[in-house]
Design a protein around this ligand. Structure first.
Ligand SMILES: Nc1nc2c(ncn2[C@@H]2O[C@H](COP(=O)(O)OP(=O)(O)OP(=O)(O)O)[C@@H](O)[C@H]2O)c(=O)[nH]1
Ligand SMILES: [Mg+2]
Length: 396
C-alpha cells in the first residue's frame, strides 16, 4: 500500500437555493470545533487550508458574537477541505490502520446559480465544473428552506413544487455537459436526502412531521426528480431519492425581544450537524450492503460507491474483534459477489446490532484503537439520529 496519502475522501454535496442556509451550515459545522471549549476524544477536525478555515471561523464568530450571518455567496464556488484526523497516530494500533484521516470536501456555491441563467460562457463552465464535483459524493442533501415553508404556510405545495422542478430543470439543462461522452454516469450521489434547513423555526417538529408534509404535498414532484436522476446513472436501481429525510438547524435564529428588527443567534442550539460526518461516511456503506443483497451491482459502480469500504471492513475484521468474526462466520453467502473476500466483513459491519457496535466501541477505546473507535462511534451517532427522530433512513 502506498504510504501517502493515507486518507479517505468523502464529499459533501448540499443542493439548495439562494438563502436556504448552505454557507451558514458549513460555518456551523466547522466553527464550534475550533472553540476552546470543544473537545473530541477521538479525532480533530482541521481545515487543510488555513485561510479557508479562518474565513469559515470568521463567519461563525460573526454569528456567535455579533448576530451577523455571512453574506450571500456570489460569483464563485468554494470547496472547503477538512481532515478528520484520528488521534493516537503514534501508538501501536495506529501502525496497522489503513488510514489516519478521513478527508472531507465540502462544496459551497452561490444558490442563485440554480435560479438564474449564467451571464457568460465562462460562468456557465464554472457551474458545470461545480456541479460535476458535487456529483462526486455518495450522498446529496437537498435542502428545503424552512423559512420558505413558513412563508408558504397552508400552500407548501407551491414552494415544494417550484423547488423540485427548478432543480430538475437544472439537471436536465446540464445533462449533456455532465454526460460528455459517457452514456450514463457511474459516479453519482446514490442517496438523495431531503433535508429541512432552519428546523429551529419548527420547534414542535420531528422528522416525521417534515417527511409527512413533503410526501403529502410533493410526492409527484419527487417522483419526477427521481426519474430524471435515474436517466442519468448507470444501475439506476441503486438510487434512493426521497426515501431518506433529515432535520438541520445551524443555530437558533430569533427576533430579539428588545428590538424585533434584530435577530439573535444562538449558535449553541444546533440540530443535525453531528449527523453530517456519520451520514457521509457510514450511510453509503450501509446502503451498499442493502442494495448488494437485492440486486446485482456492477463492479464499476461498487468501486465508486462507498469507495474503500472493503478496506475498512477488512481492517475491522483483522483487528480481532470477536463480534465481527462471529458475525462473518454466521452470515449466509449472498449475492453474486459473496466470494469476494472482504465483502462478508462489510456486511457484518453494516449489520451489527447497536449493542455490538457499542461493545466494540468500548473495547476499541480501551485499546486506544482510534480508527475502530471512530468508525463505531460514527455508526452509533447515526443510530442516535434515527432514535432521536432527526433522521429517517430508507427501509428498502
Ligand atoms: N432560523 C434559521 N435561519 C437560518 C439558518 N441558517 C441560515 N439561516 C438564515 O438564512 C440566511 C441565508 O443563509 P446562507 O447560509 O447565507 O444561505 P446560502 O444557502 O448560503 O445562500 P447563497 O449563498 O445565496 O446560496 C442567513 O442569513 C440566516 O438569516 C438556520 O439554521 N435557522
Ligand atoms: Mg452561501
Amino acid at each position: 500500500m502506498a504510504k501517502y496519502p493515507r486518507v479517505r475522501e468523502q464529499h459533501i454535496a448540499v443542493f439548495g437555493e439562494s438563502g436556504s442556509g448552505k454557507t451558514v451550515l458549513v460555518s456551523s459545522f466547522f466553527g464550534p470545533t475550533q472553540e476552546r471549549s470543544y473537545s473530541n476524544d477521538l479525532w480533530d477536525l482541521v481545515a487543510d487550508d488555513t485561510g479557508q478555515g479562518n474565513r469559515l471561523y470568521q463567519n461563525y464568530l460573526g454569528m456567535r458574537d455579533r448576530a451577523r450571518p455571512p453574506a450571500p455567496t456570489k460569483f464563485a464556488a468554494t470547496t472547503y477541505y477538512f481532515s478528520v484526523k484520528l488521534k493516537g497516530g503514534d501508538n501501536a494500533a495506529a501502525k496497522q490502520r489503513p488510514f489516519d484521516a478521513l478527508r472531507l470536501a465540502w462544496h459551497d456555491y452561490p444558490g442563485e446559480w440554480f435560479e438564474e441563467s449564467p451571464s457568460s460562457e465562462e460562468e456557465a463552465n464554472r457551474r458545470v465544473d461545480t456541479f460535476r464535483s458535487l456529483l462526486g459524493s455518495d450522498v446529496a442533501l437537498l435542502l428545503v428552506d424552512g423559512q420558505k415553508l413558513l412563508d408558504y404556510k397552508g400552500e407548501e405545495e407551491r414552494y415544494l413544487k417550484s423547488l423540485l422542478t427548478n432543480f430538475r430543470q437544472v439537471v436536465l439543462r446540464l445533462k449533456d455537459d455532465l454526460l460528455a461522452d459517457e452514456n450514463r454516469l457511474v459516479e453519482f450521489p446514490r442517496i438523495w436526502i431531503i433535508a429541512l434547513s432552519k428546523a429551529d423555526l419548527f420547534p414542535d417538529w420531528d422528522i416525521y412531521n417534515f417527511r409527512d408534509l413533503v410526501i403529502e404535498k410533493a410526492s409527484n414532484h419527487i417522483d419526477d426528480l427521481r426519474s430524471t436522476l435515474k436517466d442519468l446513472v448507470e444501475t439506476p436501481e441503486a438510487l434512493s431519492v426521497g426515501e431518506d429525510f433529515m432535520l438541520l438547524s445551524s443555530a437558533k435564529f430569533e427576533p430579539s425581544a428588545a428590538d424585533p428588527d434584530h435577530v439573535e443567534i444562538d449558535v449553541t442550539q444546533r440540530v443535525g450537524l453531528d449527523l453530517i460526518l456519520p451520514i457521509a461516511s457510514m450511510l453509503p456503506l450501509e446502503r451498499r450492503v442493502q442494495w448488494n443483497e437485492q440486486m446485482e451491482i456492477p463492479r464499476q459502480v461498487l468501486d465508486t460507491l462507498a469507495d474503500g469500504a472493503e478496506t475498512l471492513a477488512a481492517f475491522l475484521v483483522g483487528s480481532k474483534f470477536s463480534v465481527v468474526e462471529s458475525l462473518v462466520s454466521k452470515l449466509p453467502k449472498i449475492g453474486p459477489l459473496a466470494t469476494k473476500a472482504a465483502l462478508p466483513a462489510l456486511v457484518a459491519v453494516a449489520k451489527m446490532a447497536g449493542s455490538q457496535v457499542r461493545d466494540m466501541n468500548t473495547q476499541a477505546r480501551a485499546h486506544n484503537d482510534f480508527l475502530t473507535a471512530t468508525l463505531t462511534q460514527l455508526k452509533l451517532d447515526l443510530n442516535h439520529g434515527v432514535k432521536d427522530n432527526l433522521l429517517i433512513k430508507s427501509r428498502k
